[in-house]
Design a protein around this ligand. Structure first.
Ligand SMILES: [Zn+2]
Ligand SMILES: [Zn+2]
Length: 119
């Protein structure tokens, strides 16, 4: 079982506990991610592109910073903030459920972001 398969199995179990039963044969991973965010809220692991803040689980735009500097919300973890003490700390504080269906924000394949969150 791959890491992603394990995530999908855990997500299905957590949703079932909330009374949301999903047939994994009929629901694609992207749809499952979207439903999971609707029930449990967007992931704390976020990305930003062209001024928009994006949930790395469902890929929804969940905010923007077009009017000013990036909104480094308190508990979030940003992709590629490998040298950012705040994101490292926030990521360490996440439960397994909060990380489900999300990429590793500090993985070797993730490009390092020069920006860091202000403390
Ligand atoms: Zn989401
Ligand atoms: Zn950061």
């Amino acid at each position: 079982m791959s890491h992603d398969d394990q995530d999908i199995a855990s997500a299905l179990r957590l949703l079932a506990e909330k009374g949301v039963t999903i047939d994994p044969e009929k629901v694609k991973r992207e749809q499952l991610a979207r439903i999971f965010c609707q029930v449990f809220d967007h992931a704390r692991v976020r990305d930003h592109h062209f001024g928009y803040v994006i949930c790395t689980r469902c890929q929804d735009r969940i905010g923007d910073n077009l009017a000013g500097p990036l909104m480094w919300d308190t508990d979030n973890v940003y992709m590629g903030h490998k040298q950012c003490a705040k994101c490292q700390r926030n990521y360490a504080a996440l439960s397994e459920a909060e990380k489900l269906l999300c990429p590793d924000p500090f993985g070797p394949e993730v490009e390092e972001d020069d920006e860091q969150c202000d403390e």
